[in-house]
Design a protein around this ligand. Structure first.
Ligand SMILES: Nc1ncnc2c1ncn2[C@@H]1O[C@H](COP(=O)(O)OP(=O)(O)OP(=O)(O)O)[C@@H](O)[C@H]1O
Ligand SMILES: [Mg+2]
Length: 313
């Protein structure tokens, strides 16, 4: 049986997942098209893993329905298992198996030939580590091995739960490059969970922001930022106590917030026109800057403005 090309890769209909006192996923409905790269972005406890594991058939909704390539998990397990590649939030390998043996073990579940193991090993850049015990891999190498395991069966739907959390920028880039190569074949749908907004915006055309089990915003990066038209940001630490009422009265200043520590964050219409007025006001108050930063509104800022919390809280 092949995939129905007209079916969305994923369709959620009013999906709810409750654990005793917690509603981890709270009435979600959306579709993801075949070939799309979608990021699920949200802070700890948002419900990302629970949602992804329900799509993977590892957990079942309390109510609502999930269709993967138009099929429900009940009755189509065998078919769906062949279409999916998954990498869980925490992957435990068998310490005393080498990289090659680990891939070989998973390949045997799908009756895959040896050539595929070698192919995947070089895709994820672990050729040189083929004889290394998994216990001796670095964090980045382990994540690449986990990705390799997910890619073995050349899946039509790849689900990666925080593939780069805790990795240094170089290792993160390596994972991104593998995924960008995968994107070129236009055959694979990717759902990736992450806390990193640059990761979401770099890899994925569509971003779904979750908090407390709900979708709080979704769209492309540009759509999200345009739709929420949040202006631009001037952030500074002042060398003395500032009269914020005077700053708030400056034309073009939309709001003032206390960011982390002593930092003040001004949301303004336009940095170029408002900054000189802020400088004048600070001068009038005889107050210097310890630091000053001007920037566009980012997805992180959007998240803060939607939830009052940062992504990495
Ligand atoms: N098996 C479980 N039993 C009880 N509560 C659970 C269970 N699994 C998840 N939860 C709760 O559901 C909520 C969502 O958890 P989930 O792991 O889906 O979040 P997440 O977005 O993946 O977070 P993180 O970014 O930390 O991985 C949390 O409040 C969590 O405590
Ligand atoms: Mg999680």
């Amino acid at each position: 049986m092949d995939i129905d090309s007209s079916a969305p890769a994923i369709a959620l209909h009013s999906v709810i997942k409750k654990f005793k006192e917690v509603t981890a996923v709270n009435d979600l409905s959306f579709t993801i098209g075949q070939g799309e790269f979608v990021a699920l972005l949200g802070p700890n406890g948002a419900g990302k893993t629970t949602l992804v594991e329900m799509i993977e058939g590892l957990q079942f909704p309390t109510s609502g329905e999930i269709f993967v390539f138009g099929k429900n998990w009940k009755g189509h397990q065998h078919f769906l298992h062949r279409q999916l590649g998954i990498s869980l939030q925490e992957t435990r390998f068998i310490d005393k198996l080498t990289v090659y043996e680990t891939l070989n073990l998973f390949a045997s579940f799908y009756n895959l030939p040896v050539e595929r193991i070698n192919q995947v090993m070089s895709m994820v850049g672990l050729d040189e580590k083929r004889k290394t015990y998994t216990v001796n891999l670095s964090g980045g190498q382990r994540q690449r091995l986990a990705l390799g395991v997910g890619l073995l069966n050349n899946p039509r739907l790849l689900l990666l739960d925080e593939p780069t959390t805790g990795l240094d920028p170089t290792s993160r880039r390596e994972i991104w490059n593998i995924l960008m190569d995968l994107k070129k074949n236009e055959r694979t749908t990717l759902i990736l969970t992450t806390h990193y907004m640059e990761e979401a915006s770099f890899l994925c055309e569509r971003i779904i922001i979750m908090d407390h089990g709900k979708v709080i915003a979704k769209g492309t990066l540009d759509e999200l930022l345009a739709h929420h038209n949040k202006g631009e940001i001037i952030e500074f630490i002042a060398g003395c106590t500032v009269n914020t009422d005077q700053l708030a009265a400056i034309p073009g200043v939309r709001s003032i917030h206390r960011a982390s520590g002593d930092k003040l964050r001004l949301i303004v219409d336009n940095i170029i026109t408002v900054l000189p007025l802020v400088m004048q006001e600070m001068d009038k108050q005889m107050c210097g800057f310890m630091s000053l930063e001007c920037r566009k509104f980012t997805l992180d800022d959007l998240f803060v403005s939607l939830t009052g919390r940062t992504l990495n809280d």
